[in-house]
Design a protein around this ligand. Sequence first.
Ligand SMILES: Nc1nc2c(c(=O)[nH]1)N[C@H]1C(S)=C(S)[C@@H](COP(=O)(O)O)O[C@H]1N2
Ligand SMILES: [Mo]
Length: 419
Amino acid sequence: MTDPTKQSELDNVSRRSFLAASTGIAGSFIAGKAAAESLADVPQREVGADLAGLSERSKFVKLARIPEATPGRRNVDHSDAINSKTPLDKLLGTITPSDLHYERSHSGVPDLDPAKHRLLVHGMVEKPLVFSVEDLQEMPSISRRVFIECTGNGWENWKRADPSLTVQNTHGLISTNEWTGVPLRFIVDLAAKNQNATWMLAEGGDAAAVARSIPLTEEILDEAFVAYGQNGEPLRPAHGFPMRLIMPGFEGNLNIKWLRRLKFGDRPWMTRWETARYTQLQADGKAIQFQLRMDTNSVITSPSGTMTIKPGRQKVTGLAWSGHGKIAKVEISTDGAKTWKAAELISPALPKSQSRFEMTWVWDGKPTKIVSRSTDDKGNVQPDRPSFIRVHGTNALFHYNAQQTWAIDETGKVSNVLD
Ligand SMILES: Nc1nc2c(c(=O)[nH]1)N[C@H]1C(S)=C(S)[C@@H](COP(=O)(O)O)O[C@H]1N2
Ligand SMILES: [Mo]
């Protein structure tokens, strides 16, 4: 071993000799691709541009959300869009940059003045209250990294699999940010909620006035919060500026943006958002209402739809998440779900947050199918598509969490298939 405290020895540690000492994947991987012995092997230094008030992405990095309308209507104009999907295939790690967080806004993005905006807390409470953004910022805060996922995520694959879809098309209605705000329990205590109030109505200040009835379970009282911060800065207007509800693990729709009202009561309000919408017909002819939790899910983001791979070593990577808790395990099959191997879960694997997984695979150049399957710490396993369809049928639109299969043909082209 070299003594890392001696500069002369440090200089001698070339990348190659260091890696030659390591065993297994890393050693063989690097030896084939890069073998720099000296600085002459890397590009020269460059004169820098001026510093700026805002830092921009490199001109070599192209990242954008894609606007979509109803399923099947892609690449519409932004003015026609009902949502914008996150480029999951191009993201690294687990945090979604704020400007790439997926968006679902039912009636556009209101431009609210934080100095005028208020949150009304009323109904079955002893002390009805009105809060400004400043009031909230004076209260004790929490910051938590959680995913928000639209219940429509995955709806593209309910009936058929369009082979031209990317993972941004199939799964781009999920993102993970760090949100900062005031615990719901703090607000509930401040307003002195009546003990018989078991439901809460949360209503948005947009023209659509999206409003949802939320059951006040202990889990929700412990974990929900009213956020004013997103990835270290005030919320972006598209994501609810100046305040929104965050409901870790539950339907995206419950994370009410531009929050203007929390009303407490002893029964659900049965708004149009939980009757006409977000209620769905199952295979047995019955409809599910208040199907609030987002289920155990995962998707391979690379290689994924429309990419092309070459025979040889591949890094298979993707994202897994569960509204029940933490991801405990992700398995990958590279032979069309016949055999499975555990992928490596990259830490930290946080509860109700996206977790990244990776695996090395050597593709032999023959057509095959790759698929991932996640298991959470409550024992929920992501279903394969045939079992999922047996239970939910094909008339539903929301809460699709069946395993995603990507087919690879003999030319290395990757495409979306049902199973
Ligand atoms: N007031 C209001 N809240 C809303 C919505 C809306 O249109 N208006 N859309 C909901 C839906 S359907 C989803 S999936 C999430 C999306 O949050 P995001 O746009 O920050 O990703 O916000 C929810 N909250
Ligand atoms: Mo949604």
